[in-house]
Design a protein around this ligand. Structure first.
Ligand SMILES: Cc1cc2nc3c(=O)[nH]c(=O)nc-3n(C[C@H](O)[C@H](O)[C@H](O)COP(=O)(O)OP(=O)(O)OC[C@H]3O[C@@H](n4cnc5c(N)ncnc54)[C@H](O)[C@@H]3O)c2cc1C
Ligand code: SF4
Length: 328
């Protein structure tokens, strides 16, 4: 591990001041960052601890929104009765993420900003990775790409975003609250992530030193009837091959509003607007689900190893809709 200076700021404003230095990185629960430091994928000069800097409250606000302080632990959010009752897709996505030990350490802020699990990005012995070393090439393009993305890809990078809960939060239209050297701002989580284009090393729209302070999920009639389905190679402790977060409002047997997002297939959590449009106003049932799922693969681009993904995507969407549509 490269030597670094550990900084322990007292508050968020001091953290962003130190964190905006070019060679600074934040660390929250450390479950991703420690691996990257150990493998020398990240070599900061200053490691800025967020311990005690951000709040960990989990609260339903007076308008029914859910507010998650950025330091809230994945396990605490998953176990919160308000979350599982009113926003089940969030609790389910968290419980299907990582392991109990990781969830006890990891924060929601860190989860949203964890780095990709592309094996080449994680392997310090691999030279060709545009995300790690801009302009070096992409070993995944013609290499092992079974887990790679099919949506939002570019000729420079096909790595998936790894976060499960981000998929659920994008489906529910969550916002992230940010603080940086320039002050505070609120953006949609969907807008936080950037597709790789020709700058895959720039993964978010965060300014230098900017911190996530909270995630706020608006109260929607859809959230109560929501579901997260994750398809993976092993039953536990594994990232998604495909996943779907769906949320439905059903009235008199018809789908009044649908929200659908997928994970494991996009370079960012992927909201499926065409699928939603094919569900809205239609009878709640399998024929509608099968028809809508056809739109899930719009724009998909496969490589040799992940040609199975489009068919799996459709099946994942149908299964998730069937589970949510049958939910009381
Ligand atoms: C074996 C294993 C299996 C896993 N499986 C899954 C899985 O199935 N699904 C899944 O979703 N995740 C999975 N994970 C990833 C895990 O969920 C993340 O490591 C964890 O959520 C990161 O949170 P953290 O608080 O530990 O972040 P850290 O490791 O401390 O930080 C992660 C990144 O976020 C930045 N950061 C942290 N907090 C903030 C903030 N508030 N503002 C700005 N930047 C911030 C850090 O600088 C760093 O770049 C797995 C991890 C492991 C080790
Ligand atoms: S897919 Fe992206 S992260 Fe993976 S090797 Fe290529 S450039 Fe690197």
């Amino acid at each position: 591990m490269h030597p670094f200076t550990l900084e322990r700021p007292d508050d968020a404003v001091s953290a962003t001041r130190i964190g905006s230095a070019p060679a600074a990185e934040y660390i929250a629960g450390g479950t991703d960052m420690m691996q990257l430091l150990t493998d020398e994928i990240r070599c900061p000069e200053y490691l800025v601890s967020l311990d005690g800097v951000l709040d960990d409250r989990i609260e339903v606000l007076s308008d029914g929104s859910l507010r998650l302080g950025a330091a809230a632990k994945m396990s605490d959010i998953a176990a919160d009765p308000d979350v599982s009752a009113a926003f089940p897709v969030i609790a389910e996505a968290l419980l299907l993420s990582a392991s109990g030990q990781v969830r006890n350490m990891a924060t929601i802020g860190g989860n949203l900003l964890q780095r990709t699990r592309c094996p080449y990005f994680r392997d310090p012995g691999v030279q060709a990775c545009n995300k790690r070393s801009p302009g070096s090439g992409c070993a995944a393009m013609n290499g092992v790409n079974r887990t790679s993305a099919v949506l939002g890809v570019s000729k420079h990078c096909i790595a998936t975003n790894a976060s499960d809960v981000a998929v659920a939060l994008v489906a529910l239209g969550a916002e992230v609250h940010l603080v940086g050297p320039g002050g505070e701002r609120i953006i949609r989580l969907d807008d936080l992530y950037r597709a790789p284009g020709d700058t895959p090393h720039i993964e978010t729209v965060l300014d230098s030193g900017e911190l996530i302070t909270a995630v706020v999920v608006p109260p929607t009639p859809t959230a109560r009837r929501s579901y997260y389905l994750k398809v993976r190679d092993r039953v536990s402790f594994e990232f998604a091959l495909t996943s779907a977060a769906v949320a439905l409002e059903i009235q008199d047997g018809s789908i009044r509003e649908a929200r659908v997002a997928m994970g494991g297939v996009g370079t960012k959590p992927w909201r499926l607007r065409s699928v939603e449009n094919a569900l809205n106003g239609r009878a709640n049932g399998i024929d509608t689900y099968l028809n809508a799922a056809e739109y899930a693969t719009e724009g998909a681009v496969t490589r040799a190893g992940n040609q199975f993904k489009p068919e799996l995507m459709k099946r994942t969407v149908v299964r998730a809709l069937s589970a949510a549509g049958g939910r009381a």
